[in-house]
Design a protein around this ligand. Structure first.
Ligand code: SAH
Length: 345
C-alpha cells in the first residue's frame, strides 16, 4: 500500500479485506474511448462554460472537470452509478452494509425529508439534477416519477457517460445531460418542480449565486433539495473555525477541488434571504458514517488499487485524503447536511 501514508497504515489495516456485498461491476474499465466528434463538442462546451470566469474560478472548474473525467470510470466500476454517500442505520458496520442499497436509500430519505409527493398529479414532472455525476439520480427519478430530467455537470466524460447509460436503459427521451455551470444554468426561470443537488454544493465557489440559481430555475411551488458537505455551525462567540480545523479542510479542499466551505446555518440564511418557504435542515452525519471506511476498503482491494493507480494523480490524491474525511466527521467538524425548501407559488 505504498500510496497510503505510513501514518495511516494501522488505522487502515482492519479495512484490508475485500468489500462485502458490493455487487460485481456492471462493465469493463477502461471504457471505449470517447468518439472524437462528441469529445470535441463536449470540450468546446466546457471551454465555453469556463471562459467568462475569474482566473481562480476557472482553474477550480477546470480542476473539477478533470477530477471527474479521470475518476468517474473507476468509481462506477466499483460503486455503480451513484457518486454520493449512502444512508445507513446509525452504528452499522461498513463491512456489513449493503452500500448500493444505502445510496438508493439516500435518495429516498431525501425525497421523504422534503415531503415530495408520490401521488399522481403532485409527483414531480420536470426535474433538474444540478451536478449530476453520471446521472444516477436523474435516471432514478425519471423512473420513479416518470419525470423528465435534465442533468448538468462540469465533466464532459460524465455527461457523455450519463447519456449512454440513459440510452441503454431506454430513458433517452426522458433524461438529458450537458456540460454546464450550476452558477449560470442554461435554463429559463421557473422550469422545474424538483431541483435536486446531491453532493455538488461543496464544489461551488459562490454559495449565494448557487442557491439563487437553484431558486431561479425552480417553478412556483417547486421543491429544492440540497444535500451537501458543510462545516459545523459556529458558536455565537466564534468568528471562524479553529486553525487546526481550517488546516484539515484545506487539505481536503485541494484534493477534491473544493472552495471554502460554509455551515448548514449559512445555507439556511441564504434560503431565507430569497424568501423561500418551508425551509428545513438536518444533520445526517451519523447516518453516513460507514461510507468513507467502505470507500477506503474498496480502494484497498487488488482491483481497486490497480484501477486507482491507472486513473491518474488527481484520483490518487483524492484517495489519500479519504482518512481525513473520517477524521473531520469524528471531530464534529464535517457535517453531512440536507437542506430543503419550497419556492412560493
Ligand atoms: N450528484 C451526483 C454526482 C456528485 S459528484 C451523484 O450523486 O451521483 C459532484 C458533481 O458536481 C460532479 O458531477 C461535478 O461535475 C458537479 N459539479 C461541481 N461543480 C459544478 C458546477 N459548478 N456546475 C455543474 N456541476 C458541477
Amino acid at each position: 500500500m505504498a500510496i497510503i501514508p505510513a501514518s495511516c497504515k494501522c488505522h487502515l489495516l482492519p479495512l484490508l479485506q475485500p468489500p462485502q456485498r458490493l455487487p460485481s461491476p456492471p462493465h469493463v474499465w477502461p471504457r471505449p474511448a470517447v468518439t472524437a466528434p462528441t469529445s470535441r463538442r463536449f470540450a468546446r462546451l466546457t471551454a465555453a462554460a469556463i471562459s467568462t470566469m475569474s482566473p481562480e474560478d476557472a482553474s477550480l472548474k477546470k480542476g473539477i472537470a478533470e477530477l471527474y473525467d479521470q475518476s468517474s470510470g473507476l468509481w462506477e466500476d466499483i460503486w455503480g452509478d451513484h457518486m454520493h454517500h449512502g444512508f445507513y442505520e446509525p452504528d452499522s458496520a461498513a463491512s456489513d452494509a449493503d452500500h448500493r442499497f444505502a445510496q438508493i436509500r439516500m435518495i429516498e430519505e431525501s425525497l421523504r425529508f422534503a415531503g415530495v409527493s408520490e401521488e399522481g398529479e403532485k409527483r414531480p414532472k420536470r426535474v433538474v439534477d444540478v451536478g449530476c455525476g453520471i446521472g444516477g439520480s436523474s435516471r432514478y427519478l425519471a423512473k420513479k416519477y416518470g419525470a423528465s430530467c435534465q442533468g448538468i455537470t462540469l465533466s464532459p466524460l460524465q455527461a457523455q457517460r450519463a447519456q449512454t447509460l440513459a440510452a441503454s436503459q431506454g430513458l433517452a427521451d426522458k433524461v438529458s445531460f450537458q456540460v454546464a455551470d450550476a452558477l449560470d444554468q442554461p435554463f429559463p426561470d421557473g422550469q422545474f418542480d424538483l431541483v435536486w443537488s446531491m453532493e455538488s454544493g461543496e464544489h461551488m465557489p459562490d454559495k449565494k449565486k448557487f442557491v439563487s440559481e437553484l431558486a431561479r430555475v425552480a417553478a412556483p411551488g417547486g421543491t429544492i433539495i440540497l444535500v451537501t458537505w458543510c462545516h459545523r455551525d459556529l458558536s455565537p462567540s466564534e468568528e471562524s473555525l479553529k486553525p487546526e480545523e481550517k488546516a484539515l479542510l484545506d487539505k481536503i479542499c485541494s484534493a477534491y477541488y473544493l472552495p471554502d466551505w460554509c455551515s448548514t446555518t449559512d445555507y439556511v440564511k441564504l434560503l431565507e434571504s430569497l424568501s423561500l418557504q418551508d425551509i428545513k435542515a438536518a444533520d445526517w452525519s451519523d447516518y453516513v458514517a460507514p461510507f468513507w471506511p467502505a470507500v477506503i476498503r474498496s480502494a484497498l482491494t487488488f482491483k481497486g488499487f490497480i484501477s486507482l493507480l491507472r486513473s491518474g494523480w488527481k484520483t490518487i490524491r483524492g484517495a489519500l485524503v479519504m482518512p481525513l474525511m473520517i477524521r473531520g466527521y469524528k471531530m464534529g467538524l464535517i457535517k453531512f447536511a440536507i437542506i430543503t425548501c419550497r419556492k412560493p407559488e
